[in-house]
Design a protein around this ligand. Structure first.
Ligand SMILES: Cc1cc2nc3c(=O)[nH]c(=O)nc-3n(C[C@H](O)[C@H](O)[C@H](O)COP(=O)(O)O)c2cc1C
Length: 383
């Protein structure tokens, strides 16, 4: 079976630490080790992702508000700095949830009810929970691989249909309790699904990916370094990658260049935001890689846009038959890690072998990039 490889450092850390405490007694008086959600509760508590309700209680059957869920997802994303307004009439700035809701609204993870309200203190329904996790994962476009024999999603609202199908097929939504889309998710259910979401990300992680790269190099292989860059950071890093490998870099050029207004990430109506929020957006690319067949290894560079690869990267990946090729993703960002961006992108080329990705800051040095390349074990000059 094809192996997808992706190091998601925060997730790995989470799991290694969680493993260390696995045997610990539950800290909550109302969660016993035999409860179906006990492992998830412990894991999320240990990492400070989801806490109890006080007095050593977790309240597994209690509700979880929409603001609380936004906060959990924000913590999972590493709590990046945010600025601006969330635009909702029922949220207050300067509260425990305001950064989280602002982040989630900017990233299209929450849209509110459409009447200007977020529903801050409303219970999160089961289908809303699926939708918010699905959007956090990058709003996968569901191909035929996502066939749900049980059709659980058929009971969900139209806007939640794809998310519920994804959650079911990818194992986030189990038979532990019956799925009742419009009923409030219990706190136990939230913990269970969030924990399974992390496991899904981990399934794409592979700490052995480096040795995989070595053997690929030993077999020989022509290398392509392809990148997309709007403000020059990824271009610079791609240049360092290409230099270290002694190949030239190929720029993915949009048919319609991005203006600075298109890239204004404080405005959710800009071109970049609209594209990122539209699962079907595939911005056009000018030009093509000649003879893609000749390449065995493709370094793929992109900036992080709201935690994900820009949609033009999906256009690129879907424009070629990448079966059997090895793909090494890398990205630049202000502060976010590579997160789920490459995992999600890999779904557009499932027959390629995706190795561990790496995130660089805009000020990455030639030396730091060369060190990463060295660590991969590839031999320079094999084009
Ligand atoms: C539309 C947009 C969204 C962004 N979203 C994020 C983000 O979620 N996290 C982050 O750390 N940086 C984010 N950034 C910053 C870019 O990832 C960062 O500046 C990157 O290095 C730009 O690469 P480039 O110069 O190759 O275009 C965003 C930038 C833009 C333009």
């Amino acid at each position: 079976m094809k192996r997808f490889s992706m190091i998601i450092i925060s997730v790995m850390l989470l799991f290694s630490l969680a493993a260390a405490v696995c045997a610990a007694e539950s800290a909550y008086t109302d969660v016993s080790d035999s409860d179906w959600y006990a492992g998830a509760v412990k894991e999320l508590q240990t990492e400070g992702i989801m806490n109890g309700v006080g007095n050593n209680r977790f309240d597994p059957n209690g509700i979880f508000t929409r603001a609380q869920l936004a906060t959990v997802l924000y913590r999972l994303a590493g709590e990046p700095a945010v600025s601006g307004e969330d635009g909702f009439s029922d949220t207050k700035s300067g509260t425990w949830y305001s950064d989280a809701v602002l982040w989630a609204s900017k990233g299209g993870i929450v849209n509110g009810y459409g009447n200007g309200k977020f529903g801050t203190n409303d219970p999160t329904t089961q289908e809303q929970l699926a939708v918010m996790l699905w959007r956090s994962a990058g709003s996968y476009v569901l191909g035929s691989a996502y066939a749900d024999p049980d059709g659980v999603e058929n009971s969900a609202s139209n806007w939640a249909f794809d998310a519920v199908r994804w959650a079911r097929v990818d194992g986030l939504l189990t038979d532990a309790i019956p799925f009742e889309p419009t009923k409030p998710a219990t706190r136990a259910q939230v913990a269970d699904m969030v924990s399974r979401y992390l496991q899904l990300l981990e399934r794409f992680s592979d700490p052995d990916a480096v040795s995989g790269a070595t053997s690929q190099s030993d077999a020989g292989g022509r290398i392509l370094v392809a990148y997309f860059s709007c403000t020059g950071n990824t271009e610079k890093v791609a240049g360092y990658v290409a230099e270290a490998l002694d190949v030239s870099a190929y720029e993915i050029v949009p048919e319609t260049p991005y203006t600075s207004a298109d890239l204004n990430y404080s405005d959710s109506s800009t071109r970049a935001a609209r594209e990122q929020n539209n699962p079907n957006a595939r911005p056009g690319i000018s030009g093509k890689v000649e003879n893609m067949d000749q390449y065995d290894i493709i370094f793929l560079g992109y900036p992080i846009w709201w935690g994900q690869a820009p949609k033009i990267m999906y256009t690129f990946v879907e424009s070629y038959d990448l079966s059997g090729k090895t793909i090494v993703p890398f990205c630049t960002s202000g502060s976010s890690g590579i997160g789920s961006s490459a995992v999600n992108l890999s779904k557009s080329a499932p027959d390629a072998e995706w190795l561990s990705g790496n995130r660089f800051s805009g000020s990455a040095t030639k030396e730091s990039v060369a060190k990463w390349i060295d660590g991969l074990g590839l031999e320079p000059g094999v084009d």
